[in-house]
Structure formats: C-alpha cells, structure tokens
Design a protein around this ligand. Sequence first.
Ligand code: PEP
Length: 249
Amino acid sequence: AGSGKFFVGGNWKCNGTKDSVSKLVTELNAATLEPDVDVVVAPPFIYIDQVKNSLTDRIEVSAQNVWIGKGGAYTGEISAEQLVDIGCQWVILGHSERRHVIGEDDQFIGKKAAYALSQNVKVIACIGELLEEREAGKTFDVCFKQMKAFADSITNWADVVIAYEPVWAIGTGKVATPEQAQEVHAAVRDWLKTNVSPEVASGIRIIYGGSVNAANCAELAKKEDIDGFLVGGASLKGPDFATIINSVT
Ligand code: PEP
C-alpha cells in the first residue's frame, strides 16, 4: 500500500435478496475493521435504502451505475440527484461488465463521471484490459485510453478512486500477481503525473480488483502502488470482506 488512505470497496453486483442483504449487513456491523481504511459497499439499487438504514455509518454506500445527467424521461435509469437523496455518496463507473456486457463506451462513462461529481457523488472509476489485449501487449494502451476519457471529463480528482480491474481476472478466480498489478498501477500513476498533474498522481488511490479474496489480499496489499481493493465475489461474505479490509500494510 502507498501513502494514501487504504480503500476497500465491495461490489455486490446483481446479487442478493432482502434476507441475504440483511444477513450480510449484520455480519458487516459485527466485524472489527481497521480504523484507517475507507470502506464502501455497492448493493443493487433497490437495496441501497435498506442498507443505508441498517448498516453502520463506518461503511459508506455506493451505487453500481448512474444516469449520465439530470433525471427526467429516462425509463429505467437512476439519477445522481436520486443517489444524493437517499444518502448514497459513491458510484462505480466503467466496470467491465458495463463496458463489455452492456456496451458502455469510454466517452459515455467519462460523461457519467463528470455529472456524478458535479452532484457531489464520488466516483470509483474502473479501467482494465481484456485477456487478448494483454496477450497482444496492449495493456497500457487500453488502460491509458480509458484513463484519457476519464481525464477529459474530470476536474475534481479529490473525489475519485481509480480501480484497475483486468477483465481476465474478474470473477474468474485468476487473480493478477502482485507484480502484474503493481506494474499497471505504477504506469497509471505515471500517466496521471504526465497528463493531469503530479499532485493528482501522488494523491489518488489506485485500487486493484479481480478475484481478490481473503487468502490473496495480503500479498497484493504489500505493493507500493496498490492502495486498496475492489472486491466482487468475496464481498458477499462478511468475514472474508473484513479480512480484505484488514489486510492494509
Ligand atoms: C468486480 O466485479 O469488481 C470484481 C473484482 O469481481 P471479483 O472480485 O468477483 O473478481
């Protein structure tokens, strides 16, 4: 971990029922968490209110997506204003499932980030390459292109956390090695130094996501440019998620 405050996010994706969410909240409320770690969980939209009303204030709440602008005639969407209204302070944007399953592109995601930030919703901005892109030696190109789309839209970097999530590692059980993750994190930090500012580059948290679990988190957390984690599957188990939060070194 680097000098910024360690940050661990739990992405619950499209999982859960009222009962399972209640059980997970009970586990999280009972967990002993390192004080010097920012912790955020992202339930599906329809459970955010339930979580806000039952989860300890120690843990903040995120959405997994948001509409690109002000609310209105956009059937099925949820606006940043509505997130603010229910006390949801964060949103995950650019997750690989939204890029590659739903088809959101870099510019659309960048604009979403700008609008969310304008409404004081903080952003977990996700980037990451596909397996074939890594194998073709294009990892940095892809990550920098995704970063550029964020940078073209974002001015307030203080409210942004970057999540490097190689697509081949998400939900596959195939975690990046600490060296693979560190290499990309350092490159992204360097890109920010050149293309945004040295202050943003040194202050921003760059977290890793992709098959992080209670057993592999400690080794990853030792790396200098890994400032935390975005956790999918393992965030659905309270004790495992607590172990990951407490892996800060
Ligand atoms: C994610 O979806 O952000 C993620 C990292 O998932 P998993 O931990 O399950 O690979």
